[in-house]
Each structure stands twice: as structure tokens, then as C-alpha cells.
Design a protein around this ligand. Structure first.
Ligand SMILES: C=C(O[C@H]1C=CC=C(C(=O)O)[C@@H]1O)C(=O)O
Length: 479
């Protein structure tokens, strides 16, 4: 993000001009608060078109999210808690409980009669696959209440400004800087995706390593050590100019509008993607989750309904049922269905087997408890869970950033959604590192699994370079 300007740019209004009296309302709220409270002011959003994705603004502390029913852009940090290790979900849960108890949320009376949406404030939350991350530009697990949140939900758009009560005196200046960045972005035409050329530097060794690991996994499965394990690989692409994360996010949000589309800024770039997999949603005591595994991509020799895909899917559905049953007062699985994802110039679109679950958690069981038990499902880890995790670690399976971990939000009432970041990339300057995986069960063929990961990479490639040659014309090494 460029440095904040001292004064609003031409055509824009300062926060104080847009919301006169805001400083007074903040002061009144702060006067009633304890120093350890967190203060959120909810305002009607500035006039914005209701259609089209909200923008992503590339910055180390930005996060953008879009699902069909909910879109938001979070800038800055009012409160951040990080954790790692086996107790990371417990630690974040404790932090969230403390936060929720001290979160003062007020709708302001600014402009159109105080229509700020009290349901809008949220903390965003993300975590890596493993509970230790090594040298990563994103913390292993993080819960953050943004300083500025623009949210669109249920036909309403709300601006939420948040600060710690002890920092209320300085809050207006920090919000003003974020506001000006936001307003400039909203007023400017979204930058179109540059017509760039993507190169895939030859890297046969990682492909061979993936095939070798797949064969080793198949041998472990044949020896009865595991039933399923998910292996992934990373592929680097280089563009002839800088990759603009905001434009790639906008492309993903348009191309994969039914997925969870995300962009997370970090100190070295942006981690972003469009994932079809939801770890869980909790709303007013209703839980929704799903088993998503088994992949087709239009090849006659890899039908979605094959015995191998059915078993690959079955382990995930069984594990979710087994994990959630003791945590839920009610739990039902709907019949398995086919999720068809949009394709593009590279192929007709991936399809997955999906079994939706819905239920009601037992009293006292919240989003963090459910995430701690569900993650990693065998859609990204394996089954049985413990030997699969040990196998992955022993074989050097890397899960960079938050790939195949979790990403989403929780509000003060404990409602929230977590997606599983898949079909994603880490963008840094001209380079994009894409990651994709595939579930290995008895009957998997290593070359076929490699081809499946190639098909999964296409989701990101379509957003990075939509006008690249169609697959028939492209070599396997070309983008
Ligand atoms: C691990 C990935 O996908 C998972 C989700 C859906 C289908 C999958 C499969 O069929 O292997 C994987 O379990 C990935 O996209 O990197």
C-alpha cells in the first residue's frame, strides 16, 4: 500500500467529511469503555455498486474474502493474536473469548440514520496445515480484528472502524489513512489484468519426486499402514512483468464466484486463491460442513464415479461423521452430489464429489473446537489421521503459507466460516508459486495423480493469464 496522504486526493472526501461527528461518537464510546475494551463503530458504507467483487488492496495487513453470500475487505489491525503448536486452536479460542467479552460494538448515527449493521464486525482468522511453519511470511495461526472493514452481506454494505479503547485518541488518524487508500481504490477504475506472458521454468525433478512419493504412499497403503494420504506439489511460474494481486483477485472472484475467494497480504507478497472447500460454517447454532474429495476433469479414463474416487471420497465423509458425532447434538449427511466448477480455456472445469453435512453442535462447542477436531480432514491430510500426518512429515511434504490449512472469519457471537485454502498461489513480484494436491488411495496411479494436480493448477492459471493458449495448443510445460 502506498504511504497515506496527509490530505484527501482530488474527488475524495476525508473520513471526517464523509462521516461528520464520527470523532465525537468515538470519544463518547471510549468514555464509557474500559481501557482493555475493543471499540467498533458500524457505519453505512460509502456509495458503492452492489454488483461486482469488492476490491483487494495489496498490503501486508490486508485480507479480502468473497463468497456468494458475503464479501469483505479488511485493512490494518486493531488487535492481533498469533499462535502455533499443538495448542494453537485452544490459544486462539481463549483470545477470541476474551475479545468477544470486551468488544463494544456500536452503530453510529452518522448520515442515513445509523443504519450501520451490528452484525458486520468480524475477526479474520487463518492457519497453516501443520502447527509449525518454519520460515513463513504468514504466522502459523492468526486471529485479527481489522482496523477498517468494508463488508457486503444480505444486501447491505457496512463500514466498520475498530480500535482498542486505550488507543482511541489516535484512532481517527490511523482510520483516515486507511480510508483514503480505500476511497482512492473505490474511485479508480479497477486495473485490468495485464496481458502478461507466463513462463514455466523446466523443473522435472519435483514432478519425478511427486511420482516417487506417490509410489511410496501406495506401498505404505498396500502394507496396511494407512488407507489414504493427500500429496501436494508446488509449481513456479514467472511472468514478464509484476503480477498484480488486486487484478488476479478480481479475476478469481469473477471466474470462481461460487467458491471462497481470498487474498491475504504478507510482508513479501500476497497469498490468494479460490477454493471450493469449506471446512465449516456456524450460524446461529447451525453447523454446515462437507466432505469434498474425488476429482474429475473431463477425462474419460478418470470418471468421477470410479471406484477409486468413491473410496477417496468415502474416507473423508466417514472421518467427518466420526469426528463430529461426539461434538454434535444433531448431525445429518445429505446424499453425495457432484460439484461442478467453472472451467476456462485450459479445461472444461473440475468436478468433485461432495457430501454436505449439517447439524447442531452440543452446548459449549464453538467454531474453534470444531476446527481443531476437523482439521485436517482426509481431503487434505489422510486417514487414519495420525499415521497419515506422520507419513507426510516423514516424507517431507511441504504445505507453504496457509495452503490446505484454514482461512475465514468469526464474529463476536461465534458465527463464522472457515474455508480450506486450495487452488491458490503465493505471488511475489514476477513469480507465482502454485500448489495443488491429490488424494492417494489403493488403486491410484502415480501419473494420473500428477495429471490431476496439473488440472487443479489451472484454476489459478486461468486468473493469472486468462488469455494464454488453450490446452490443445499449449505444451504440458507451457502455461
Ligand atoms: C488437495 C486438494 O484438493 C482436495 C479437495 C478436493 C478434491 C481432492 C482430490 O480429489 O484429491 C483433494 O482432496 C487441492 O486442490 O490441492
Amino acid at each position: 500500500m502506498s504511504r497515506p496522504q496527509a490530505r484527501p486526493a482530488a474527488g475524495t472526501a476525508s473520513l471526517g467529511q464523509r462521516y461528520p461527528g464520527l470523532a465525537g461518537e468515538l470519544a463518547a464510546l471510549a468514555a464509557r469503555a474500559r481501557p482493555t475494551d475493543l471499540l467498533s463503530l458500524c457505519l453505512p458504507a460509502p456509495p458503492l455498486p452492489m454488483a461486482g467483487p469488492l476490491p483487494y488492496i495489496a498490503a501486508p495487513d490486508s485480507l479480502a474474502w468473497q463468497r456468494p453470500d458475503d464479501a469483505w475487505l479488511a485493512l490494518g489491525a486493531a488487535c492481533t493474536v498469533e499462535s502455533a503448536g499443538p495448542g494453537r486452536f485452544t490459544a486462539l479460542n481463549g483470545a477470541w473469548q476474551g475479545l468477544a467479552a470486551r468488544w463494544q460494538i456500536a452503530a453510529t448515527s452518522q448520515d442515513s440514520g445509523g443504519s450501520g449493521d451490528l452484525q458486520a464486525p468480524l475477526a479474520h482468522l487463518g492457519f497453516a496445515f501443520y502447527d509449525a511453519s518454519g520460515d513463513s511470511p504468514l504466522p502459523n495461526a492468526r486471529l485479527r480484528v481489522p482496523a477498517l472493514l468494508l463488508r457486503r452481506r444480505a444486501g447491505r454494505q457496512t463500514l466498520v472502524l475498530t480500535c482498542p479503547a486505550h488507543g482511541a485518541a489516535q484512532a481517527m488518524a490511523g482510520w483516515e489513512a486507511l480510508w483514503q487508500t480505500l476511497e482512492r481504490t473505490l474511485l479508480s477504475q479497477p486495473a485490468p489484468l495485464a496481458a502478461l506472458h507466463l513462463q514455466r521454468p523446466p523443473a522435472p525433478l519435483p514432478e519425478q519426486a511427486f511420482v516417487a512419493r506417490t509410489r511410496a504412499a501406495l506401498a505404505a497403503i498396500a502394507r496396511g499402514e494407512l488407507d489414504k494420504v493427500v500429496l501436494s506439489r508446488r509449481v513456479t511460474f514467472e511472468a514478464d512483468s509484476a503480477l498484480e494481486a488486486a487484478a488476479v483477485f478480481a479475476a478469481l472472484a469473477t471466474q470462481q464466484a461460487d467458491s471462497s475467494v481470498f487474498a491475504v497480504g504478507h510482508r513479501a507478497g500476497t497469498f490468494l486463491g479460490a477454493t471450493p472447500e469449506r471446512l465449516l460454517s456456524l450460524q446461529d447454532g447451525q453447523l454446515h460442513t462437507e466432505a469434498l474429495a474425488g476429482t474429475g476433469w473431463g477425462r474419460a479414463d478418470a470418471p468421477l464415479t470410479s471406484d477409486k474416487n468413491q473410496r477417496e471420497h468415502g474416507w473423508v465423509a466417514e472421518a467427518i461423521r466420526h469426528t463430529l458425532a461426539p461434538l454434535c447434538a444433531e448431525l445429518q449427511a445429505a446424499p453425495a452430489e457432484v460439484l461442478q466448477l467453472p472451467g476456462g480455456r485450459r479445461h472444461a472445469g473440475l468436478s468433485h464429489l461432495r457430501t454436505p453435512f449439517h447439524g447442531r453442535p452440543a452446548p459449549g462447542v464453538g467454531l474453534f473446537d470444531l476446527a481443531a477436531r476437523l482439521h485436517p480432514t482426509p481431503a487434505v491430510g489422510g486417514w487414519p489421521a495420525a499415521p497419515a500426518r506422520e507419513w507426510l512429515q516423514a516424507h517431507g511434504e511441504e504445505r507453504p503459507l496457509w495452503y490446505s490449512g484454514g482461512l475465514g472469519w468469526i464474529d463476536a457471537a461465534g458465527n463464522g466460516t472457515l474455508a480450506v485454502p486450495l487452488r491458490c498461489a503465493d505471488l511475489r513480484g514476477n513469480r507465482a508459486e502454485l500448489q495443488a494436491g491429490a488424494g492417494i488411495v489403493a488403486g491410484s496411479a502415480a501419473e494420473q495423480e500428477l495429471a490431476e494436480t496439473e488440472a487443479k493448477l489451472a484454476t489459478m492459471l486461468e486468473a493469472l493469464a486468462p488469455s494464454a493458449p488453450a490446452p490443445a495448443a499449449a505444451s504440458r510445460r507451457g502455461a
